[in-house]
Design a protein around this ligand. Structure first.
Ligand code: 9MR
Length: 380
């Protein structure tokens, strides 16, 4: 059956919020002749990111916003079509889950997990410990005396609720910040001050509560060939090795992959060596938050798209080159809702074109670059 994208979207719009969550393909006439991984939309490539990943043993997906999955059927349809693994951009962060010390808000995180289950997708959890997204009540309530109890209880509650359903947890996010001047490059975050052993405690607790989830350390600024990236890679590697030496349960490293397009930004052997070393240590490697900002590029759209696509291609060739990857997730699926637009960092204030689908939910050259790079990868 041939279905135009417009018909498809109109049909998708007609779905109720509940149906959009996980209606089986057989119940959707327009999808009746299609498998979940091979949509058939003219003007829309037959391949999907999800299928390109499956064919090569890599989970491919994206960060989503539950609010949009609920309210915007064409967005939910695109996610269902393209993603094999999801992470909520914000809903599992500490402040979002903890309106007060004694209450939890699970509606959005629950929705994500149910949406993923209904659509046979995997789910990532992001995150338990971060320097940002601490609730207002944190300061004043959390002290050296109770910090361990607060952290352990938080992980028990959250990891416990989703135990067995999470592919991987970013247990600790962005613990390294060389600029802070602390030993080993540790970031001077509130947990560090109140509970210097927070890292080991967080991983050990998560393993105990959800033994099935892969436990990941996730960080940014380790992708490039510049001096800052090089130094940070060394510090992150030291952190990972230290954890292994101490017997802390750790299964993987998340390389966020917030990239920049343009000739100044080079991705190459430094990243490859980091990935190879992590692989040799028995760690799984995930690209967890990939997008390509076009801040440095001129306004012309075809030129921008070509440069962004080229960055996706070069980066994925580098990252996928030698060692197998566990997963690749973009931070969002469409330019319409990218976090990169929230700070309007282009000097001309034009919206960014940073993701595999544009603001009209049409595939960009970056989409083709991703599919091609995944296809060129030999199956691990
Ligand atoms: O994209 C996220 C944005 O919507 C939030 O306001 C922000 C603060 O919670 O976090 C953004 O996501 C970040 C992620 O959690 C960790 N790595 C960097 C991401 C972009 O800032």
């Amino acid at each position: 059956m041939t279905t135009t994208r417009r018909q498809f979207l109109t049909h998708a719009s007609a779905l109720s919020a509940l149906a959009a969550m996980g209606i089986p393909d057989s119940a959707q006439p327009l999808h009746a002749s299609q498998s979940a991984s091979e949509p058939e939309h003219p003007g829309h490539p037959a391949a999907t990111l999800r299928a390109a990943g499956v064919a090569h043993g890599i989970l491919v997906g994206c960060a989503v916003k539950v609010r949009l999955l609920r309210d915007t059927p064409e967005y939910a349809a695109l996610v269902r079509e393209q993603a094999g693994i999801l992470v909520e951009e914000n809903a599992m962060k500490f402040a979002r889950l903890r309106p007060s010390p004694t209450t939890y808000f699970f509606d959005d995180a629950d929705y994500l997990v149910q949406f993923a289950e209904a659509n046979k997708m995997k789910v990532r959890g992001h995150n338990f410990v971060w320097c940002r997204e601490l609730p207002q009540w944190f300061e004043g309530y959390v002290t050296k005396a109770n910090a361990e109890q607060v952290l352990v209880e938080h992980i028990e509650h959250v990891a416990g609720r989703y135990a067995g359903k999470i592919h991987s947890w970013d247990v600790v996010n962005e613990a390294i910040n060389l600029e802070d001047g602390l030993p080993d490059g540790m970031r001077n975050l509130p947990w560090q001050k109140l509970l210097p052993g927070y890292l080991d405690i967080a991983y050990r607790t998560t393993r105990r509560v959800d033994p099935k989830a892969l436990l990941v350390y996730n960080d940014y600024g380790i992708e490039g060939e510049d001096e800052g990236s090089r130094k940070k890679r060394i510090a992150v590697m030291q952190l990972l090795k230290g954890m292994q030496k101490r017997g802390v349960p750790l299964d993987g490293v998340g390389i966020q992959s917030h990239l920049s397009a343009g000739p100044k930004h080079v991705y190459g052997p430094g990243l490859q060596a980091f990935i190879a070393e992590a692989h040799q240590m028995g760690l799984k490697i995930l690209l967890t938050e990939m997008d390509v900002n076009d801040h440095d590029l001129p306004a012309d759209i075809p030129a921008r798209d070509a440069s962004v696509a080229d960055t996706y291609a070069r980066y994925l060739q580098t990252a996928l080159g030698h060692s197998p990857l566990e997963a690749v997730l973009t931070w969002g699926i469409t330019d319409r809702y990218t976090w990169l637009n929230s700070d309007q960092s282009r000097s001309d204030k034009l919206p960014e074109r940073c993701l595999p689908f544009d603001a009209d939910l049409q595939p960009t050259p970056a989409f083709a670059a991703m599919v091609q790079a995944l296809r060129a990868t030999s199956k691990s």
